[in-house]
Design a protein around this ligand. Sequence first.
Ligand code: GLC
Ligand code: CA
Length: 551
Amino acid sequence: MSERFSDKVIYQIYPKSFCDSNGDGIGDIKGITSKLDYLKDLGVDYLWLTPFFVSPQRDNGYDIADYRNIEPMFGTMEDLEELINESDARGLGLMLDMVFNHTSTEHEWFKRALAGDTTYQDYYIFKDGEPDTPPTNWKSKFGGSAWEYVPTLKKWYLHLFDVTQADLNWENPMVRSELKSVIKFWKQKGIKGFRFDVVNLISKPDKFEDDHEGDGRRFYTDGRHVHEFLKELVADTGIDEMITVGEMSSTTLEHCIRYSSPKEKELSMCFSFHHLKVDYGHGDKWELAQPDYMKLKQIFTKWQEGMLLGGGWNALFWCNHDQPRIVSRLGDDRRYWKESATMLATCIHLMRGTPYIYQGEELGMTNANYDDISQYRDVESLNYYKILTREGKSEREALDILAARSRDNSRTPMQWNDDIVHGAGFTEGTPWIPIPGHKPEANVEAELQDSDSVLQYYRKLVSFRKQYPVIAEGDIQFLYGGISEVLVYVRTNGNDKMVVICNLIGKAVSLPCKLDESKSELMLHNMGFPVNRRDGILELKPFEAIVYRLV
Ligand code: GLC
Ligand code: CA
């Protein structure tokens, strides 16, 4: 099943920040439709749209109040139908985001539950209790307790995310059946694939107990019935032929093999996040640390070789709407902006799996560098700002942490031109979130004209995947495990071999190179001067990426 999507590339759109068609400062569906030619030219196959359904927008649409209708600020059903048709006409498939672990507390089901309807209480996870003793000590992923008390019901409900995102009870067959009908509804509208939000958290334990070792996640992550639930969902909606990706929070390789192995008939591929935690201090997102490159390499090796061995399939990505911009994170967005953006792109795009490009990544868009709390919008950032300052950090320290870690870093408006004072081509009005001032050159207009831009490099990577079967279909093996600064892997497809060499750091590195000069052909290079290879040594410049084809 997965192999069918091995030569595809997916582009992720965060509608709120992509393109605003009516000047209200908020990106919308018509805005997306107006940019389809740009996306077609980039060469991508599918567009994954994050949620635009009816929602109070506490978590920017991941708090859904109605799965079948569109939040008015994003447009209408007619606008969406137009987007579907126009995408179809260009051979672009739309993928929608199914947020099935929880609903907004504004959802009709939850409102009925609150009004005392026990049928709907059973749609969620309500537990009897006293106002000051939550059922367990679990923590919400956005900070604070994972439980909220409802005095009128004398019950607590579970929310692994914001207090307005109540977890659904997947043990209840009626819930599963409701969610299946949502998928069928969108499938019938012409949607070509689905992304399932935090889908490995849907199966909760049958006993709720305190976690004395952590925040509770070990009790509900990759939970006891998760594979069963997914198999049932896929079988009953007939989506096993479609492209599907599951977002897997704190998961394991063993589970991801099962989620994505074609013979299991669950999903086509998985997002996992271990490679994006190598700069967390003590595993804590809110503690800044230098990236551990050795760990990064070990994680890629384990997941790439492990998924190959187990017959699973990875979604390949550095960026999404929850992650800081990779060029600011592992690259150097000042001294080596282009070099590091293109090296990181090479590194991820040529691995085994299906690559995802998050809007603006193809331009080398950077972190926001906000320095005032008023510039932030994200519920998680605002919560953690309070938590961090309450825990004793100064405002300055808390802002420095947000500047590195906030999800708003990726949610700044897409830069269509360099006029950042007047909306950067994103809007004619005032953008809902400020446009950062320091990287106007990362914009579509300029990069389309420049043959040497980050954008043109991404186009090349996308087209290479279609051109060279070794990228889409080859096996993978990692080399130089002992050298932390340089990531090297070989892709093999029969007699066809390709070697990818990436200097991960902003310093020159010498690498002993055993490749036979006469048998290696330079396929791709992210710098404008010759590769420096002499006497069996490769002298790599900061963030240099070299790809050889072995002939
Ligand atoms: C996923 C989404 C994130 C959201 C969370 C809760 O991690 O990517 O944006 O806040 O789930 O739905
Ligand atoms: Ca708008």
